[in-house]
Design a binder for this molecule. Structure first.
Ligand code: MF3
Ligand code: CO
Length: 249
């Protein structure tokens, strides 16, 4: 069941998203050669809690951290550890916040120091996939318009598209209906309506589409160990416009 949000509820979700965007900006500023994912996780938790929020991922289905840090061929759900980041790594930072019961979710992938040309290309194209998807996230369209836009842009650039994980409704809880796949499959295709709040999140690979979940039950890697990138925004749909909530403006 898709839970539509009213103006008051969207304004609360917007507050949660703003705190997330601020946290994310600070985090990106901390990324440098030698820092550890665990240090980034600790910063995230402190920053959110000092401002009265709760990390939405911590304890979610047993997830042990406040942040997902997915390095290089790790696609999503990387558990922060003490391995120092190296020059040339790319890392996806994914976090969610519960502020006053309203949930936000966003991710971005950033370079550690100087990165290869192909890694730079992957980051740029994946972020473009996100914005192609957001362009289609408007009242009157359907979920598969978002999926097709993301998928088309990835395929035009000969990139792999992760199919086992997808975007989702968000706001009252972390994962709500509808699912938002990054490819056009056989699933449901609801019409987009005013009051929907959606987390759109392309996961795009330099190599093939396939991914594997490690024995820790969380870490998702590309099957061919090619580099992977992930960008995510929470957006709110209104009759006449779509607002990206997880940006600072
Ligand atoms: N942004 C991710 C998602 O939408 C992160 C979930 S991590 C978890 O699924 F630990 F909270 F599950
Ligand atoms: Co998400």
């Amino acid at each position: 069941m898709i839970k539509l949000k009213n103006a008051r509820e969207i304004s609360k979700i917007r507050d949660s998203c703003r705190l997330l965007a601020e946290t994310c900006k600070e985090l990106v500023g901390l990324v440098e050669v030698g820092i550890t994912p665990l240090e980034l996780d600790q910063f995230t938790r402190d920053h959110i809690e000092k401002r009265g929020g709760k990390p939405a991922f911590l304890g979610y289905q047993g997830y042990p951290a406040s942040l997902c840090v997915s390095v290089n061929h790790v696609v999503i759900h990387g558990i922060p550890d003490k391995r120092r980041l190296k020059e040339g790594d790319i890392i996806s930072l994914d976090l969610g916040i519960d502020l006053d019961g309203y949930i936000s979710d966003a991710a971005c992938t950033v370079p550690v120091g100087r990165i290869s040309q192909s890694a730079r290309m992957l980051l740029a194209r994946t972020e473009e996939c996100l914005y192609r998807g957001i362009e289609q996230a408007k009242v009157g369209n359907r979920i598969k318009d978002i999926s097709a836009a993301v998928y088309g842009h990835a395929r035009e650039n000969d990139l792999g598209v992760v199919k086992q994980f997808c975007g989702h409704g968000v706001g009252f809880s972390l994962h709500e209906d509808p699912q938002i796949p990054n490819y056009v499959g056989p699933g449901p295709n609801p019409r987009l309506q005013s009051g929907m709040v959606l987390a759109i999140e392309p996961m795009i690979n330099l190599g093939g589409d396939d991914v594997e979940v490690l024995d820790d039950g969380w870490t998702v890697e590309t099957a061919d160990h090619s580099l992977s990138a992930h960008f995510e925004h929470t957006v709110a749909l209104f009759e006449d416009r779509t607002e990206i909530l997880t940006t600072l403006s």
